[in-house]
Design a protein around this ligand. Structure first.
Ligand SMILES: [Zn+2]
Length: 133
């Protein structure tokens, strides 16, 4: 097999692993985030949303505690392998749990002592709550 053929095969194999999300799924994601924000009493936060490709993760949230605003980004492409068993609604829940914890732990973009270890600890608690709530 010629090298360039192999590269093309690998590319298409990789492409098959990706699932592109539709605008409709993004709308569903936003709706669920806003629903949970209301249900969990987090209305003091001003939420905004973005829909673009993220590397290796489904979604991301940036919280600013001083301004009480947060931006939630949903990746426009997800790896099918990892996406299995997770749906848009559970990804939305995951991010709103981060929002909940941001307030509890005082995690904001402007207030860190040891950003990395604090982020790790917070991620662990988030994953637990995602399962039990
Ligand atoms: Zn997370």
């Amino acid at each position: 097999m010629r090298a360039d053929t192999l590269v093309n095969d690998l590319k298409s194999a990789h492409h098959n692993l990706m699932k592109k999300l539709s605008k409709r799924e993004f709308e569903q994601f936003k709706k669920e985030c806003l629903r949970l924000q209301k249900e969990w009493g987090l209305l003091e936060w001003d939420l905004s949303f973005d829909f673009r490709e993220l590397k290796n993760i489904y979604s991301k949230i940036y919280c600013n505690l001083d301004g009480m605003f947060a931006t939630i980004i949903l990746s426009s492409e997800l790896e099918n392998e990892e996406y299995k068993g997770r749906d848009i609604l559970s990804i939305a829940k995951h991010e709103i749990i981060h929002l909940l914890l941001a307030k509890i732990f005082g995690i904001g973009t402007t207030r860190f002592c040891d950003e990395k270890s604090f982020d790790r600890a917070e991620e662990e608690v988030t994953r637990i709550l995602e399962k039990i709530l």
